[in-house]
Design a protein. Sequence first.
Length: 320
Amino acid sequence: MPKKWFEFKKPIIALAPMADYTDQPFCLLCRKISGNDFVIFREMVSAEAIVRQNKKTLKMCKINNKERPVVIQIFGAKSETIVEAAKIIVKKFKPDGIDINMGCPVAKIAGKNMAGASLMKDTVRAAKIVKALKIAKLGVPISVKTRLGWNDKKEILKFAPILETAGADLISIHGRTKSQGYSGEVDWSMIGQAVKMVKIPVLANGNIRTVEDIKKCLDITKAAGVMIGRGAMGKPWIFREIQNLKSKIKNNKEEIKKIVLQHAKLHFEHYGERSMVTFRKHLAWYFKGDQIVELENLKDLRIKLMKINSLSELEELLKF
Ligand SMILES: Cc1cc2nc3c(=O)[nH]c(=O)nc-3n(C[C@H](O)[C@H](O)[C@H](O)COP(=O)(O)O)c2cc1C
């Protein structure tokens, strides 16, 4: 039996799934510059769209072998649809794991559709989804990503054991409630309490930006690992800093420019024409100001970067 992705090394370090960000070009870039010791969670895909064979959604699941290990995250509400989608994904793309989104707060998903964070309220439905995936024997680990609760952060203390009993192989917990969205205090100690409630590995998530944060978070939570979201945006080298593979990149202008161009080229190859318009969101993170601190006219550069339409325009702007 081959080792599961979460059995390789402890603590587990993971790139969090982020819609419109953890796509193939970004994940491939992270892997190229940050080595192999972390697992990638790709952006969520709709179970319904996969079952309908939607071309764009299927393309979102394509995996370059150099990216592995890669977990594909699915969102949906109906266990039958999720299982069917998971079967299609496993057969076509052979991911290293399937993750179910039980934490997305966006109304389109968690509203009347009863997917994402809504599954924390309908625990019977949530357990049914996990059980159905286990019964389907897909041959890959089944994990769940969730939050502390809908309104009350103690909800996770009941929800995590429900997911474990249903058969989940691992749970990632974002230390906020659905009501908090993406800001406000992250409660790592509540994640720690949830860790004590289950035997399966737990990944702690929320506000982890530096190597020091990882140490602090693991110390508080005693989790099997951590999952890093926005800390990796505009900083695909964060994983190599964690592994201490290379010295810190901060303020290394030439290296940062090289990485930005490498990312832009991968993005262009994947999305083609007009791709530089969707690349602007990444540029906003790269040039936020905390990376290249001594750059003059950063504000002007950022304004110009937000208007680029082509790779050559970007290359020109990065000649500083
Ligand atoms: C732009 C964006 C997109 C996200 N998309 C997803 C997603 O597709 N699936 C998911 O489970 N969580 C998603 N999240 C939540 C993150 O995975 C993570 O739980 C959250 O950002 C907190 O971690 P952080 O403080 O390290 O960013 C998203 C977050 C952001 C900011």
